[in-house]
Design a protein around this ligand. Structure first.
Ligand SMILES: [Zn+2]
Length: 257
């Protein structure tokens, strides 16, 4: 009798333990976004994260062919300058004093302004190269929540080994006209040095060299990697195996967005 009671008590304690753990997890982690919630919204935001050379540009290109708009900080800046907006004037002041790199808060303002206008126009956006820090990631979450579109975002991590990423960057060629991305070995154009889509000349970006790629990998390892861990903890990160072929990555992406 004593033994049975002991067994029942032990069993109850175990159940309580697991229930409490579940409750604790639920309290710490926000609920996951369901696929239904995501597809129901017109406005969508895809955020690509991964090493330089992981294939963010190639996958962004694929989403553009599906009606997404690519957020390019450079293009947005040129537009602000053309319109002589407050942001544009801030930027002009900055470049006139001899700076080439923009302060993070200016980049953040420009991206956020574009996101807010896209929420109103119900556009689909793809963003890469941002956020680079956890505080930027939190600011982005706050912005989406404030505009009640936090369910319309997908954070996608393209996981690639450093060796593969480096090989991709060093063989990369881009079209200066339509921004299509090629690779001399993995994804060569039909005619060498010529864009398949617009027949423009392909170039290698000046920053795609051995020395610069090491610097960018360092930035990734010290900063962006932390952002990826942050999203992993919040259970909002989807992962694509970037070491596989481009066709495989595109297929994985299409199943998720
Ligand atoms: Zn082109």
């Amino acid at each position: 009798m004593m033994f049975t009671r002991f067994k029942i008590n032990y069993f109850l304690i175990l159940i309580c333990f697991f229930l409490c753990q579940d409750l604790a997890n639920a309290a710490v982690q926000p609920p996951q976004i369901t696929p239904e919630q995501f597809t129901q919204t017109e406005f969508k935001l895809i955020v690509f994260l991964g090493r330089p050379g992981a294939g963010k540009g190639t996958l962004a290109q694929h989403l553009i062919s599906r009606g997404y708009k690519h957020i390019s900080v450079g293009d947005l800046l040129r537009e602000e300058l053309r319109q002589n907006s407050a942001l544009g004037l801030k930027y002009r002041k900055y470049i006139e004093t001899g700076h080439s790199l923009l302060p993070p808060n200016v980049v953040e303002s420009i991206i956020f302004k574009k996101i807010v206008s896209s929420i109103h126009s119900q556009d689909k956006l793809v963003l890469d190269g941002f956020p680079r820090t956890i505080s930027q990631a939190q600011a982005l979450e706050t912005l989406l929540k404030k505009n009640q579109v936090d369910h319309a975002v997908r954070y996608i991590y393209i996981k690639t080994s450093e060796k593969n990423a480096k090989a991709r960057v060093l063989g990369r060629q881009v079209c200066t006209n339509c921004h299509a991305v090629y690779h001399i070995k993995f994804c060569p154009p039909v005619s060498s040095g010529i864009c398949n889509h617009c027949k423009n000349k392909l170039i290698q970006r000046s920053s795609d060299n051995e020395r610069d790629i090491l610097k960018r990998m360092d930035v990734y390892n010290t900063s962006v990697h932390g952002v990826i861990q942050y999203y992993k903890k919040s259970r909002n990160l989807l992962e694509i195996n970037g070491n596989k072929t481009i066709a495989h990555c595109i297929n994985s992406l299409d199943r998720r967005v």
